[in-house]
Structures are given as structure tokens and as C-alpha cells.
Ligand binder design. Structure first.
Ligand SMILES: Nc1ncnc2c1ncn2[C@@H]1O[C@H](COP(=O)(O)OP(=O)(O)OP(=O)(O)O)[C@@H](O)[C@H]1O
Ligand SMILES: Nc1ncnc2c1ncn2[C@@H]1O[C@H](COP(=O)(O)OP(=O)(O)OP(=O)(O)O)[C@@H](O)[C@H]1O
Ligand SMILES: [Mg+2]
Ligand SMILES: [Mg+2]
Lengths: 256, 256
């Protein structure tokens, strides 16, 4: 049984895709068999791993809506051990098309049932909303990894996200837990980042990973080359932070 | 007739709320009567102007769904000349509740008909998605102001946004135009920001405002005090950039 982890936060631009792409890469480089599912119509995880969403014929959308087989949609990436189920703008149609579909929240969970045995870990990158796509990810997942940007609006939105996760636990997915909270875009020079970090660590305690991701321009440059930062510039502060997060993520899992 | 401008971009965290709050403030300080409508269930524009979304009894949601009058929901702000139609998490329910409502895309447009005569300019802050809330804003508005973060993923998403605006023009709102594109979080020290700026200016030419908003921590600090940056620290680079954008926005409008 694969460990299925949704990377979610309805606040925009907090580092969901950057965390999905680089943590999945870091975990694959430790020898695990990893799948990254891109559930965002923007297709940022897809382009962050070197594919152009506009050229793809089959994506996660076709798997969920047109019963296309996993094997016909999954793509290899430059990272050995990491596969990608890509997304493109077609996925935006799902919001409307799924409205009257029976068990529309469980489509991804059902689809991944046959896929799980092939992987050790499945990550799902979510869009910045709590709509049907994110709900599908939260129902398919066993846990949620929450990136939190070290800024005020991102911190403010955290309690609403935790509330939504609670509601999913009570109704559609009782086994859902919080995998962890990762602090992103931390800039040691500014007091706001330190204040947010203290508040989040103070409130969520051991749920917060020790590894903090610094604000580091290499992380923003890597996607323009279609490569995870670990392949683009492994010596950078951003790459090193995601390597350390990957190690922490794996050791958390082993403790069970 | 008020000028109604939607501030939209489905990419998350590009500075939609920061631009809505600070541009609306800058324009009000130039003597215009301004309304800011918060159409994001996160309620960031609401808290950025000093109100706690969780304590509000009536918001834009009640105006659209329960026929609450504008006067019973609108709030004054610390900025003279700037009023706010606030939002809170109730608005997230609208996605589901409006599904079978006749003319669900036009609710905000109809609601603002009676409100327009009271203001010179109405800004609408949009959530990071192209769902029913953003569509309502694009149908109510006469133009769209697009913040673009000077980074790769934000630039990549621009063509999809322009495509969506075209589709709204052809179907629901033929008069919709692009008010302008504002480059945000520009960091002169990094090549990526310069590359993105050159590409966006090269492609969209005079649609791009001369005023560029620098990455400036004061802009991220101001919301934690519930104040627009122009009241929090008017001498900061961020505040000065939004003042210059406000002047440019007004002079664009006068040229018609
Ligand atoms: N630690 C970091 N340091 C510097 N830049 C970063 C960092 N993490 C992410 N970025 C950049 O910040 C922007 C936002 O990150 P990203 O797109 O990963 O967030 P997201 O939460 O996935 O956004 P969305 O809500 O649109 O899905 C991107 O341009 C990305 O390259
Ligand atoms: N020019 C800037 N310099 C530094 N920080 C900024 C700047 N503009 C915005 N920020 C900060 O970056 C974060 C994202 O900005 P903001 O919330 O305005 O984006 P948004 O597009 O409204 O996000 P969402 O997609 O969630 O609605 C916020 O924490 C904000 O305070
Ligand atoms: Mg993303
Ligand atoms: Mg916003």
C-alpha cells in the first residue's frame, strides 16, 4: 500500500508546487518509487518537471473523466524513480462537468486503487482552492502536507484549511491525518518571517517539520529550465533544504 | 457610471490582494470615491483593511445569496473615500449553492447596478481560480487589471488567463477590456525577474504599466497591522510604487 499524501493549502503562492516537485524528487533520490499527481489545471508541477502541459494528449483529466488507463497517461521524468501523472487546462472543466456525477469526490481515490501497488509514495499537488479537485485529493490521500509561507495572509488561512480537513475526516475520509506543516520562503532577515515561524511552531508544535525552506531564488529559477532544483543546482540553499525535508519526511513515515 | 475593475489572475500569490488594497487606497487618496469588493472567501482584502472576516455578520455573500442590501453590508475603512464590501468563508459555499441558479454568472453585475452611482471606481479582488466567483467579477467589470509576479509560473499562466478573458468577452460581457498588467514582486538583483519583465513588456507592450512594484517586505508587513501600506509606511518603496501606479491608473482612465 503506497503512502498517499496531498500537498494542499487554499492560500495561493505558498509553495505547494515547489514542495511537491522538490520533495517528490528528494524522496525518489533516496531510492523510493514515487508518483507525483498534478491536480492543478495550471499544470505547474507538469512544467516544473520538464513537460509542456499544452502538448499533452492524455492527462489526469482523461483518467478521471474518460476512463483512460494509468499506463496511457503516466510520464517518466528526468528523475529516476519519479513518475508524473500530468495535468493541463482540461482539468478546469472538471469543476463543472463533475457536478452531477455520483461520488464525484471519490474519483481519484478509486482511480489510484489500481496504481498504489506500483509505488511507495504518491504525492498530489493541489490547486489554490477548496473545490472539487482539492476535495478529490483529500479523499484519495491518507495524509495532508501543508506548505505555509512565512507571511501574514498565509498564516491567517491556516485555521480555515485545518477546519476543511476536519470536515473531510468526519465525512468522506475518516483516516485522513496531517502529515506535517512545512514553513516556506523563510527570510531570516525579516521580523515578519520570524514572528510567523514562532506562532506556527508554537501552535502546531511537532507537526511542523524541523526543516524550514528558505526564500532562495534558485527555487524560482529551476522551473524555467523544467527541472527540480535538486537537478538544477544541488548545492543551493533551496536544494539542500528540500533534501533535508525529504530525509525528515521518510523518517517520520518509518516511525509510523 | 462607475469604472468597475476586476483584479484577477488564477495563479496564486501574485499580489492580487496587495494590489487591490493599495491601489484602491492610492486612488481614494487622490480624491476619488472608491469601493473595494472582496470576492475571495479567504477575506484577505477584508483583513488587509483592518476587519476580522470571522466577526462579520453580513458580507458580499449575503448580498448575492440572501438579498441583503448594500447599505447593510458595506463597511467604512481607515482610508477616507474608500469603502469595503467585505468577504468571509461563507463565500466558499457559493460555488456549490449557485450551481443551479439562473444567470448565476450575473449576480454581482445585477447587484452593483444600484451601487455604481455612489462611486467613481469599484475594484473587485478575485480568488486564485477561474470559478464562479471570478466569473462573476469578470462579468460585472468593464475591465480587468492583471497583477503578474516576476517569476516563471506566473508568466506561464498569463496566456491561459487572457484566453479566459476572451471567452467571457465573447459570451457574457462583450465590453470587457484589459485595463492593464502590473508587474509585481520585482527584484532587480535577480536575472529571472529581469527576464520575465522583458518578456511581458515585449509581448504586451503599452498594456503594461510603467510603474513596477518591487519586492518590498513592508508590503508583507502592512496586512499584519490591518492597514494599507500607504497608511502603514508611506515612505517605503512599496508604498511609493503603489502611489505611482494609482496616478498612472487615473491618467489612463482620463485618456478614456
Ligand atoms: N522557497 C522559495 N524561495 C523563493 N521562491 C520560491 C520558493 N518557493 C516557491 N518559490 C516561487 O514562488 C512562486 C510560488 O510558488 P509555487 O508556485 O510553488 O506556489 P503554489 O502554492 O504552488 O502556487 P499556486 O497557489 O498558484 O498553486 C513560484 O514562482 C515559485 O517558483
Ligand atoms: N511587492 C511585494 N513585495 C513583498 N511581498 C509582497 C508583495 N506583494 C505581495 N506580497 C506578499 O506576498 C504574499 C502574496 O500576495 P497576495 O496575497 O497579495 O497575493 P494574491 O494574488 O492576492 O494571493 P491569492 O492568490 O492567495 O489571492 C502576501 O503575503 C503579501 O503580503
Ligand atoms: Mg501550485
Ligand atoms: Mg488574494
Amino acid at each position: 500500500m503506497a503512502k498517499i499524501v496531498a500537498v494542499a493549502n487554499q492560500k495561493g503562492g505558498v509553495g505547494k508546487t515547489t514542495t511537491s516537485v522538490n520533495l517528490a524528487t528528494g524522496v525518489a533520490l533516496q531510492g523510493k518509487r514515487v508518483l507525483l499527481v498534478d491536480m492543478d489545471p495550471q499544470g505547474n508541477a507538469t512544467s516544473g518537471l520538464g513537460l509542456d502541459p499544452r502538448t499533452l494528449q492524455t492527462t489526469v483529466y482523461n483518467c478521471l473523466i474518460n476512463y483512460v488507463k494509468f499506463d496511457d497517461a503516466v510520464k517518466n521524468t528526468e528523475v529516476s524513480g519519479l513518475s508524473l501523472l500530468p495535468a493541463n487546462a482540461d482539468l478546469a472543466g472538471a469543476e463543472i462537468e463533475l457536478v452531477n456525477v455520483e461520488e464525484r469526490e471519490k474519483l481519484l481515490r478509486h482511480f489510484l486503487k489500481d496504481v498504489e501497488p506500483l509505488f511507495d509514495i504518491i504525492f498530489i499537488d493541489c490547486p489554490p482552492a477548496l473545490g472539487i479537485l482539492t476535495v478529490n485529493a483529500l479523499v484519495a490521500a491518507r495524509s495532508v502536507l501543508i506548505p505555509v509561507q512565512c507571511e501574514y495572509y498565509a498564516m491567517e488561512g491556516l485555521s480555515r484549511l485545518i477546519g476543511s480537513i476536519d470536515r473531510i475526516q468526519q465525512s468522506l475520509n475518516p483516516g485522513l491525518t496531517i502529515e506535517g506543516i512545512v514553513l516556506t520562503m523563510y527570510d531570516a532577515r525579516n521580523t515578519l518571517a520570524r514572528q510567523v515561524t514562532d506562532q506556527v511552531r508554537g501552535h502546531f508544535k511537532e507537526l511542523v517539520y524541523q526543516s524550514t525552506i528558505p526564500r532562495n531564488v534558485t527555487l524560482a529559477e529551476a522551473p524555467s529550465y523544467g527541472r527540480p532544483v535538486l537537478l538544477y543546482n544541488v548545492a543551493s540553499a533551496g536544494a539542500q533544504a528540500y533534501l533535508s525535508l525529504a530525509k525528515e519526511f521518510i523518517s517520520h513515515g518509518e516511525k509510523g
